[in-house]
Design a protein around this ligand. Structure first.
Ligand code: GLU
Length: 478
């Protein structure tokens, strides 16, 4: 089988958002699954819409998401570049002139109106003046006289049909497409023509993109055929709607990589979640590592119906990834989010403190809010001590627990929890009577994360100090 070659073809008009990032995710997973080559192509011919610096932003977003490309900007060597459409003008003109020489395209001297509508997939009227049938001598004469002209594709009068891996066979009368423009009067290619010349030149085997491009595909298919090359396999991904069931778009505030980064959603969780927008691994798994996604990706299981971006579900997927991550890795990736001045944790304290709260963490950016459970303000602690005064059993519990804990070495969650239970036995306290005073003394709250882990996270010094302070306070009050 020939090597799989796919492409992600963003226009440099801004950063990546959920919609186009998902397209990149599907292409990447599919390509890795087949050991193919994933190509980054820059569709930058629409000069007015290009935004300075956005290609760099897109590349940074892709790198963050772990969607590395094998050919494209920065990896030009040995490939089939250039990978920026703005640098491929000669290739478009060559291909267009070949079609012209073969009678598959013709000069049209009518005013160039269609090209602007073409990008939106709006119906084009074709040549209104019958230029397709101009006598050769007239055509040559007008060209030599320097009359401006566009190059139109001579659309055949036939049924154009193609197979989409998601939707099956789609057919329409080619006549309805009109004789569409492929080269503008200034020699620039139109959108559909550039895409096809690029896909041919880059030997793309699979075109995986959003359903919004379905309306472009009949024109593109005709162009592949006219250029005499095999068509790629097409798979059009279902449209992503926002939680309000309206089409997601950057303009309407679709979140992007920058948002996920700011929130601290791990890249693997983003990729996992986006892969589920219109696809499933065919069993009931929803949490998959990247390797598992690569293993399972299959165009045959992409659905056709619209899919909804659900931020809640993304957070859940994120929490599952964080829960499954090795603790030392969580400690490493959380670092940029950690408020070190608010929580003066020594390096070796970070992992145990995270262990106490990580099952509650949906994104790394929440770390400080959850650490605050472990490190309440003095006011909260004081309030808890006032409460403890009404618990006649508290003093003996706190003293016994303090003593048992002081003997624990190494300072580890399971051993600490066992020591608390043993101390409870000694003074005849269990359940709430045992745990409430201890929790209140340590965290100012009756509930919270696993107590053993909380104590491990707080560290020996702080735990013993808090127990001493509480016991002292409780005893000293009448
Ligand atoms: N530049 C197009 C887009 O951003 C992609 C074109 C294609 O995939 O054929 O939607």
């Amino acid at each position: 089988m020939t090597q799989v070659r796919t492409r992600f073809a963003p226009s440099p008009t801004g950063r990546l958002h959920v919609g186009n990032l998902r397209v990149a995710v599907f292409n990447h997973l599919f390509t890795r699954r087949h050991g193919g080559r994933f190509i980054l192509r820059v569709e930058d011919t629409d000069v007015e819409r290009n935004v300075e610096g956005s290609l760099e932003g897109i590349m940074e977003d892709l790198r963050w998401a772990g969607l590395d490309w094998d050919e494209g900007p920065g990896v030009e060597e040995g490939g089939r570049g250039p990978y920026r459409q703005s640098e491929r003008g000669r290739l478009y003109r060559e291909a267009a002139h070949r079609l012209e020489a073969e009678g598959r395209a013709y000069r049209c001297f009518c005013p160039d109106e269609g090209a602007e509508r073409e990008r939106d997939g709006a119906a084009e009227i074709g040549c209104p003046g019958g230029c397709r049938f101009l006598p050769a001598t007239e055509r040559t004469g007008r060209l030599e006289a320097g009359e401006p002209s566009v190059l139109r594709f001579a659309t055949p009068d036939e049924v154009v049909s193609f197979r989409d891996e998601v939707r099956g066979v789609i057919a329409m009368s080619a006549k309805d497409l009109g004789d569409f423009i492929i080269l503008r009067a200034d020699g620039r290619p139109t959108y559909n023509f550039a895409v096809v010349v690029d896909d041919v030149g880059m030997e793309i085997t699979h075109v995986i993109r959003g359903a919004g491009h379905l309306s472009n595909t009949p024109k593109q298919v005709l162009l592949f055929d006219a250029l005499g090359v095999d068509r790629p396999i097409f798979a059009h991904l279902p449209t992503v709607l926002g939680p309000d069931r309206k089409k997601l778009s950057k303009r309407r505030g679709a979140p992007g990589v920058a948002d996920f980064r700011a929130q601290g959603v791990p890249a693997d969780a983003v990729v996992n979640y986006l892969s589920l927008l219109g696809w499933s691994p065919g069993d009931d798994r929803e949490i998959l590592t990247r390797d598992e996604l690569v293993e399972a990706m299959d165009l045959g299981r992409i659905g056709a119906s619209n899919t909804i971006f659900d931020p809640e579900k993304l957070r859940w997927v994120s929490s599952q990834h964080l829960a499954a991550m090795p603790l030392d890795e969580v400690a490493r990736v959380v670092e940029p989010y950690l408020d070190r001045t608010r929580f003066p944790l020594r390096d070796e304290q970070i992992a145990p403190a995270l262990d106490a709260i990580r099952t509650r963490l949906e994104a790394l950016g929440e770390v400080n809010e959850h650490l605050a459970i472990l490190f309440p303000t003095d006011e909260v602690l004081q309030g808890a001590r006032d409460e403890l005064r009404h618990d006649p059993g508290a003093p003996s519990v706190l003293l016994a627990v303090r003593e048992a804990l002081a003997a624990v070495d190494p300072w580890e969650a399971d051993a600490l929890a066992a020591a608390v239970r043993a101390a409870g036995k000694e003074v005849g306290a269990r359940g709430k009577a045992l745990f409430h005073p201890v929790r209140l003394a340590l965290t100012g709250d009756r509930q919270g994360p696993d107590l053993g882990k909380v104590m491990a996270g707080l560290g020996r010094k702080r735990v013993l100090m808090l127990l001493d302070e509480s016991a002292g306070w409780v005893n000293s009050q009448p």
